[in-house]
Design a protein around this ligand. Structure first.
Ligand SMILES: C[S@@+](CC[C@H](N)C(=O)[O-])C[C@H]1O[C@@H](n2cnc3c(N)ncnc32)[C@H](O)[C@@H]1O
Length: 310
């Protein structure tokens, strides 16, 4: 993967696809050392929606997302998520930024009554088709909405579990506002489960050893990428706006929204070859080789809304 930065505009461009080699789902993007930064502009939502509509068209027929495999019965959830969320039988689960709904519907296959929400009409259309094709439509629905408008889009409904992550938070400019939305969407005693790529894993250069990027760089970053992260043709809406969020910002936003942190786990594996040095375990995980200094590459947390029975 080659990354170049336009010196005049500061816009980042990547020249090749950074897809996983084993067919497992990966992150949205690796970081660029010097993308254009600045204050959040009002156009970011439209820019990102156009970019995601375009990506969703490509993703729906990609080998990478393998929706045929999902239709045939596979689960797209990662084993650590299933273990950490626990039994969802009979519970209501809201998936924020659900993309094409395969993760959402995997929770339905485990017994939850699910709602997926995403701002891309194209992604939601695919999710609805997937629900119908897999016979899960009676316990799954999909809603088109920006995350920040989710309360209104769901008419004040509340859920036992709010699930999100795997490349979700980089698309949101304001986590304090996001956490308030999440808290409002939970029943008393309900919990948020978030599994994300660790912000520390974005800091190294391509050698996987040298510190190259700034952990505290939280300004908007404008990207211009011809490809999405899967196999498939070039995009036409290539620009996007993204934000990096330090771990302390995530946890502090949840605390400010009144949620109680049950656990925060840092994982040494990631889901794609983020650095050439990473080795595949053959089970969809990538780790630093023995003897190589390790960084956390993912994290997961559960945060509960106080109250509820008991
Ligand atoms: C990488 S996907 C993450 C979803 C899921 N983890 C996956 O891997 O399929 C990011 C999703 O966030 C959605 N998204 C980005 N910004 C959003 C926003 N402001 N409101 C709602 N959805 C948004 C995109 O449409 C996309 O489907």
């Amino acid at each position: 993967m080659t990354t170049t930065v336009d010196r005049d505009t500061g816009v980042c461009r990547r020249e090749s696809v950074a897809a996983a080699t084993d067919g497992r789902k990966i992150a949205c993007d690796a970081r660029c050392p010097s993308v254009r930064s600045g204050p959040v502009t009002e156009e970011w939502l439209d820019v990102n929606r156009a970019n995601w509509d375009d990506r969703a068209r490509v993703h729906a027929v990609s080998e990478f997302y393998d929706l045929a495999g999902f239709r045939a019965g596979s689960s797209s959830l990662r084993p650590f998520e299933v273990a950490e969320v626990g039994d969802v039988t009979g519970r209501t689960l809201l998936h924020l930024q659900c993309h094409m709904g395969d993760d959402t519907l995997s929770w339905a296959r485990r017994g939850a009554r699910v709602t997926g929400l995403d701002f891309s009409p194209t992604a939601v259309e695919t999710a609805r088709e997937l629900a119908a094709d897999t016979g899960l439509a009676d316990r799954a629905r999909f809603v088109v909405s920006d995350v920040y408008s989710a309360r209104e889009a769901l008419s004040g409904e509340r859920f036992d579990v709010v699930y999100t992550g795997i490349g979700a938070l980089v698309w949101l400019p304001d986590l304090t506002r996001w956490a308030r939305v999440v808290a409002d969407l939970l029943v008393d005693g309900g919990f948020l489960y978030l599994a994300e790529f660790h912000p520390l894993a974005e800091l190294l250069g391509e050698d996987g050893r040298t510190l190259r990027h700034d952990y505290f760089h939280t300004d908007a970053q404008t990207w211009d990428e011809p490809h999405t992260y899967t196999d498939g043709p070039q995009l036409t809406s290539t620009r996007s706006v993204q934000w990096q969020h330090p771990l302390g910002e995530v946890v502090t936003a949840l605390a400010a929204a009144g949620l109680h942190l049950d656990f925060l786990r840092e994982h040494e594996h990631t889901l794609f070859r983020r650095y050439p040095v990473l080795e595949s375990t053959g089970t969809g995980e990538y780790r630093f080789p023995p003897g190589h200094p390790r960084l956390p590459q993912m994290y997961s947390l559960r945060a509960t809304k106080p109250g509820g029975p008991g």
